[in-house]
Write a protein that binds this ligand. Structure first.
Ligand SMILES: Cc1ncc(COP(=O)(O)O)c(C=O)c1O
Length: 399
């Protein structure tokens, strides 16, 4: 399912930058996957039944019915609401890093943070080092910023520190973009020793590390890993989001950056959209003030755990002999490597005919794609549907 760049209208040519940026094939696939007869293992959307509709409605009511109503409807500061920043900093500080509200910039989703970091730190043509595979929309943001994404060799524990150092030196790279916990798309988590080694390699290469961390709060079992930033706070930017723990519709992300980058990132944010929605920020602040985020996260884990288990056991039972898959302790994704000779893009139409959708892995590669890989998510289907979806996928793989 190759998506070509948008065709320019006659007399209205597009920028070279946009013409060479691909529309996300996953978005198109998600449209198909929404058909009622299809069990979707394709999406990464959080489960809608976990949204606290009454709680968020009460938070918006409190903001708009109280003395903050005018402030909520007005322009506000670029960095974000101080009350919200303080609450989010306290949350980020639970992972081995001391974060103050002033260290955070509120962004319009964490997706915006990727573009802001690209424009604040990098020039067109620069190299950004990425895991392979990595988050598709990060590749898109980097493409739009005219950057060259160069893949770092990876193993089951994440990027190879020596490979990172060698590539950073070879390309004179300034930034490495990493998703250390429950990575999208692989579900993989970097163990503590690997984090320390990556921090060490980054220090030797003089690299900024960008730690994208939307999924670590969705831990279903095991112990929290310290943030990668806790090993190299002076050179690591951490991006988190309320999208997976509260609601993606709020579009609230936040970046923690070393102090020298506060000003540059704020300038980039100002140029992008002045500031993130004030009313959404104040409602998020009220929700966080009136709810126990830890309890809410525990309820999310209780929701997702049986779904992860159902998909995992269904895949174990139905995937062809010789297939490998990741065994994530959290997040929303499992990564499958079919035996050599399989091509997930060829399997996809057969799978859709049988009523199951997934995402071929090839879309997530900055380097040479591996056609036998695919991503499945347990986010939105029921445990019964997930078991059935795995069975249908197994049949589709067999031809
Ligand atoms: C790794 C990663 N980063 C960033 C995002 C963007 O999230 P948001 O902009 O909703 O915060 C996502 C969403 O799926 C993601 O998987």
């Amino acid at each position: 399912m190759a998506i070509s760049p948008p065709a320019p209208l006659a007399g209205a040519p597009l920028s070279d930058r946009l013409a060479s940026t691909q529309s996300s094939p996953v978005r198109e696939l998600l449209q198909i996957a929404m058909r009622p007869e299809i069990i979707s293992l394709a999406g990464g959307l959080p489960a809608p039944d976990t949204f606290d509709v009454p709680g968020l409605r009460a938070a918006f009511d409190e903001v708009l019915a109280g003395p903050d109503a005018i402030r909520a409807l007005q322009y506000s500061t670029t960095e974000g609401d101080p009350g919200l920043r303080a609450r989010l900093a306290a949350f980020m500080s639970t992972r081995g890093l001391d974060v103050a509200g002033d260290d955070l910039l509120i962004t319009t989703g964490s997706q915006q943070a990727l573009g802001l970091i690209a424009s604040a730190l990098l020039n067109p043509g620069d190299v950004v080092l990425v895991e392979d595979p990595t988050y598709l929309a990060a590749l898109q943001a980097f493409q739009l910023a005219d950057l060259q994404a160069v893949p770092i060799p990876c193993d089951d524990h994440g990027p190879d520190p020596e490979g990172l150092l060698e590539l950073a030196r070879r390309h004179g790279a300034k930034v490495a973009y990493l998703i250390p916990t429950f990575q999208n798309p692989t579900g993989r988590t970097m163990p503590a020793a690997r984090r320390a080694a990556i921090a060490d390699a980054a220090a030797q290469a003089g690299l900024w590390l960008v730690e994208d961390d939307p999924y670590s709060a969705l831990r279903l079992e095991g112990e929290d890993a310290p943030l990668l930033a806790s090993y190299a706070p002076e050179r690591t930017l951490v991006i988190q989001t309320l999208s997976k723990v509260l609601s993606p519709g709020l579009r609230i992300g936040y970046v923690r950056a070393p102090e020298s980058l506060h000003g540059p990132l704020a300038v980039a944010k100002q140029a992008a959209d002045l500031h993130t929605s004030t009313v959404n920020q104040l409602a998020a602040e009220r929700w966080l003030a009136t709810h126990d985020l830890g309890d809410h996260i525990a309820s999310l884990a209780a929701h997702y755990r049986p779904r992860r288990d159902a998909l995992r056991s269904g895949l174990r039972e139905h995937l062809p002999a010789g297939a490998r898959m990741t065994e994530p302790e959290g997040g929303l994704f499992i990564w499958v490597e079919l035996p050599a000779g399989h091509d997930a893009e060829v399997i996809l139409p057969r799978a859709l005919d049988r009523g199951v959708a997934f995402v071929p892995g090839k879309y997530f590669y900055a380097g040479e794609p591996r056609p036998e890989t695919l991503r499945v998510s347990f986010a939105t289907a029921t445990p019964e549907e997930l078991r059935e979806g795995a069975a249908r996928l197994g049949v589709a793989c067999r031809g």
